[in-house]
Design a protein around this ligand. Structure first.
Ligand code: FAD
Ligand code: NAD
Length: 453
């Protein structure tokens, strides 16, 4: 049996950074990864998809060139091989960068293989037993494949496979209308495919307020994407060119089907029973506010603990664990103010509560909205879709949450993220002097328009 100071299972967006901190401090650590260093974000998530979104935006801007007085003769063509190669280059650069970094650490052993517990402090990988007083689980999640009539007979894609497509689908049917479904829907529409999104919920991006969901649907429909919501019955049958898809009473032919119906944690084949580590009924590892599991000496970080489903929440789990275990800190998951973005174009930047959540919390709230058509910078750029919204507590003047659906919304939201993390009340922010002409310059105006609601 090989002994280490710490074992890390899964090399996603949390464990490797903690492993590196420990190795730099001279501790002997094992980092076990069954697939690729960097996990989902690097190899099948954020990095390749945002690279593809950038290609899709280039196509969109090129097609709109004439609106800006830029003449591009002929039809705008898409070379899907180059599109795919850009994404794969980004993946390989990041993956190799991590490999070089870890390779240079004397006390870190990187092991490629699937790890399973055989006891509370004992792990088996590639037939070899390892032990350590501290074990960190950073095993992430994978796409859920729902049990839908005929789906198993069809060559469907998930977010992992579609990244490597090097030809254009004639008609892409997307099951699920949330982050993954919507980002790929707009991207493939811009590449030139016909796209249909099928969502069983009442609205797209159903975690958002209804006005945001409706505006997202308007943006996507304006580009020619077909959207079906509130769908009760989805069926598939294999056809000569792909699949015949039946959506309630309507039928259409899809050359490709993308399943984007959520992700499930990689905890079913980890031997958690042998270690006695508890999970909830969906398989997420149960952790306390400092990310410790019910078994002493075992922590769970990232998507597998169900407290976040983003790269920055996984990385924040690393920061929490590092602060508490290495730096004498006392940081908690419950102090985190959730923020995220949906990378359609224009993007949605979000922080804190939705209006719906703020209302449900029983507070007296104030709300302010402003269409992007009343933002000078958006008009100058010729991109006025979307709107911004902020929600505040009428009594404490705290900013409770915000949504910026509009150009640079993923960046503009950071002014509000920073203010909320600093505990700044909205009247203070109203006195900031922003730069003209930006989208952010309208934030003080937006706050000045807050009204009891
Ligand atoms: C298409 C897509 C786009 C996304 N876009 C964004 C975005 O724009 N912004 C954002 O913030 N988030 C985005 N996400 C989410 C983000 O990728 C994840 O939240 C993040 O990668 C989670 O990191 P993690 O550290 O929890 O786990 P992961 O990155 O999933 O890493 C877990 C690792 O553990 C390994 N593993 C699992 N089980 C074992 C085992 N038993 N033994 C050894 N190794 C094991 C896996 O192979 C994997 O490498 C996206 C996700 C997808 C799918
Ligand atoms: N921009 C980002 O940060 C980003 C981008 C992509 C993915 N992600 C992460 O990846 C995770 C997975 O994303 P996702 O979009 O697959 O999952 P999700 O859980 O956000 O959404 C799944 C959607 O599919 C719908 N759905 C579920 N079963 C269905 C069925 N049988 N038929 C029709 N619709 C069905 C749900 O109602 C929901 O709208 C997210 O949790 C997210 O955090 C983040």
């Amino acid at each position: 049996m090989k002994s280490f100071d710490a074992i890390f299972i899964g090399a996603g967006q949390a464990g490797p950074f903690l492993a590196a901190r420990m190795a730099e401090a001279g501790m002997k650590v094992a980092l076990i990864e069954r697939k690729f260093l960097g996990g989902t974000c690097v190899n099948a998530g954020c990095m390749p998809t945002k690279t593809l979104v950038a290609s899709a935006r280039a196509a969109y801007v090129a097609r709109r060139g004439a609106d800006y007085g830029v003449q591009i003769p002929g039809e705008i063509g898409i070379d899907m091989k180059t599109v795919r190669n850009r994404a794969e280059t980004i993946i390989m650069n990041a993956r190799n960068g991590l490999s070089d970094w870890f390779g240079g650490m004397k006390t870190m052993t990187v092991i490629h293989g699937h790890a399973r517990f055989t006891g509370p402090k004992e792990v088996v990988v590639n037939g070899e037993k390892l032990t350590a007083p501290k074990i960190f689980l950073n095993v992430g999640a994978r796409p859920v494949i729902p049990d839908m009539p005929g789906l198993a007979d069809v060559d469907y894609l998930t977010s992992t496979g579609i990244i490597h497509l090097d030809s254009l689908p004639k008609h892409l049917a997307i099951i699920g209308g949330s982050y993954i479904g919507l980002e790929f829907a707009q991207m493939y529409r811009r590449f030139g495919a016909e796209v249909t999104v099928i969502e069983r919920g009442l609205k797209l991006a159903s975690r958002e307020d209804e006005d945001i969901s409706d505006a997202i649907a308007d943006i996507l429909r304006s580009e020619g994407i077909t959207i079906h919501t509130d769908i009760k019955d989805i069926r598939f049958a294999k056809s000569a060119d792909g699949a015949t898809v039946t959506v309630d009473s309507e039928t259409f032919e899809a050359s490709h089907v993308l399943v984007a119906t959520g992700r499930t944690p990689n905890t079913d084949d980890l031997g958690l029973d042998a270690a006695g580590v508890a999970t909830d009924k969906r398989g997420f590892i149960t952790v306390d506010d400092r990310l410790a599991t019910n078994v002493e000496g075992i922590w769970a970080l990232g998507d597998c603990n169900g407290h976040g489903a983003f790269t920055h929440t996984s990385y924040n789990d690393f920061e929490i664990a590092a602060a508490n275990l290495l730096d004498g800190g006392d940081r908690k998951v419950s102090s985190r103010i959730l923020a995220y973005a949906l990378y359609i174009d224009p993007p949605l930047g979000r922080v804190g509560m939705t209006e719906k959540q703020a209302r449900a919390s029983g507070r007296k709230i104030m709300v302010s909205t402003r269409p992007m058509s009343r933002v000078g910078r958006a008009n100058e750029r010729g991109e006025t879709k979307g709107f911004m919204k902020v929600v505040a507590d009428a009594e404490t003047k705290e900013i409770l949450g915000a949504a910026i659906l509009g150009i640079e919304g993923d960046e503009v939201i950071h002014g509000l993220i920073d203010a909320m993390n600093a505990g700044t009340t909205y009247p203070v922010l109203q006195w900031s002097v922003p730069i003209h002409p930006t989208v952010s310059e309208l934030i003080p105006t937006l706050l000045g328009d807050l009204k009891a609601s």
